[in-house]
Design a protein around this ligand. Structure first.
Ligand code: GLY
Ligand code: MN
Ligand code: MN
Length: 440
């Protein structure tokens, strides 16, 4: 595992140090989800739960109880069961939870109704991510009510429920050295997958066949799952922001936009590249492409400590709006076009988001209504785009149906930034060269 046991312990200590006196934090593992009949989706642990435990099994609950004499980290998990394990795979069991995951105390999940109320009892406050898993919320209320029912016998139910996520997500926003190493690797793997796809791309292929090249390369390099469903949009499909059908044929003369990243040891990568299916940009495609690329370069330049979160977006917007005016896509005063959101006709999303265990990672973007200031250890995407819908009558016809996004994963460093995904070419000449070389 890329994150050491001591680091998980440090994360728990850090969180507990910020909890109010005489409190308990309770987190549940992600539920298993059915895909159809008795087939389940591949299981993925909840990111908060994994961040604090490294425990990847379903059917688990964690309690963090600062100051508890018999141990602060309590894990409930499925018991070992040779027959179930023969059918469904290995389980750590309570002993494994102690030995392998550093739990101070561990119990079978089937005994939770008898044990957890006793751990909650006497604590004034419960930290919990209310609303994430309504079934678990109901269970938790049941445990609290069972304590309330015993007040006349002297039981002491908690009086306050607090959001767990506030401090935890702030903690997750700043990545440790080991996390950054893992994310760099996720970026390298995903960049290699983009290179492979560019090399394999041919007119007449189906979008899903290109997707297959990504899945192959992710998995071959140890990223067992994509971090999110890949978007592979040929031609005008590139203008549909969350196009995941990936079912059309790639046509000679069109661009293809691919937004695909692998998840490596729980950490996401998120890359978009756009290239000509036949290996050569047309002048119109190149004009739009160069503009998005210039906006992306300008935005990445703004990623450094001390700048606020929105600086890269503002910079990208400036470049895009100026360029759209030059290309005849927008008319009017630059500031007004920005203030009145006119640009949103062709650029309808933001320039990025935090990246980490989740592709749209946790962490506030504003603090007390002010954009957050960038600090070393934050990782974000920078992903401007332009999408000219095929039926947009306002746009010059030669640009209609062109969709371009360029997205990289960028870490804030002490001196500025590091781009984790630069292994995927994005300069037009480099892309054309790579595709040419692959076809010889
Ligand atoms: N892949 C999702 C995004 O770019 O935000
Ligand atoms: Mn993204
Ligand atoms: Mn993306």
């Amino acid at each position: 595992m890329s994150i050491a046991r001591q680091e998980f312990a440090r994360r728990r200590r850090n969180l507990m140090a910020h909890m109010e006196e005489n409190s308990i934090a309770i987190l549940s593992a992600a539920p298993e989800r059915t895909r159809n009949r008795d087939v389940e989706y591949p299981y993925r642990q909840d990111s908060d739960f994994w961040y604090l435990s490294g425990f990847s099994e379903p059917g688990a609950v964690m309690a963090l109880i600062p100051g508890r004499e018999h141990g602060e980290f309590v894990l409930f998990c499925r018991e070992r069961d040779p027959e179930m394990e023969t059918w469904n795979g290995y389980r750590a069991g309570p002993d494994g939870a102690v030995e392998q995951y550093g739990a101070d105390d561990a119990f079978p999940i089937n005994d939770i109704d008898d044990i957890l109320p006793g751990l909650i009892e006497g604590r004034d406050r419960v930290y919990h991510d209310l609303g994430r898993d309504p079934d678990f919320d109901r269970q938790l209320m049941g445990w609290v009510n069972s304590i309330r029912a015993r007040v006349r016998s002297g039981a002491h139910p908690p009086g306050e429920f607090l959001a767990l996520t506030h401090f935890l997500h702030d903690q997750r926003l700043i990545k440790s050295a080991a996390e950054l190493r893992t994310m760099r690797k996720a970026g390298e793997i995903s960049a290699a997958a983009h290179v492979r796809a560019m090399e394999k791309c041919r007119p007449g292929m189906y979008e899903y066949q290109l997707e297959a090249e990504y899945l192959h390369e992710f998995m071959r390099r140890g990223a067992r799952f994509p971090a999110y469903p890949a978007i592979v949009g040929g031609g005008a499909n590139g203008c549909i922001l969350h196009y995941i059908e990936n079912s059309a044929k790639l046509r000679d003369g069109d661009l293809v936009l691919v937004d695909a990243g692998g998840e490596y040891q729980y950490y996401a990568s998120d890359i978009t590249r756009t290239w000509p299916v036949n290996g050569r940009f047309s002048p119109e495609q190149q004009a739009i492409y160069e503009l998005v690329l210039a906006a992306q370069h300008a935005a990445i330049e703004q990623v450094r400590p001390g700048n606020h979160w929105n600086r890269p977006h503002e910079e990208a917007l400036r470049v895009l709006v100026r360029g759209m005016k030059d290309l005849g896509l927008l008319e009017g005063d630059e500031d007004e076009l920005i203030e009145q959101d006119e640009y949103r006709r062709y650029f309808m999303h933001r320039t990025g988001h935090w990246l980490g265990l989740d592709v749209h990672d946790v962490g506030d973007y504003k603090i007390h209504d002010e954009w957050r200031v960038l600090e070393p250890g934050m990782v974000m995407t920078v992903e401007p785009g332009l999408y000219i819908p095929p039926h947009d009558r306002q746009a010059p016809s030669k640009f209609r149906g062109i969709g371009v996004r360029i997205e990289d994963d960028v870490a804030v460093t002490r001196k500025g930034h590091e781009v984790y995904t630069e292994g995927a070419p994005k300069e037009p000449r480099e892309i054309e060269k790579l595709i040419r070389a692959a076809r010889q």
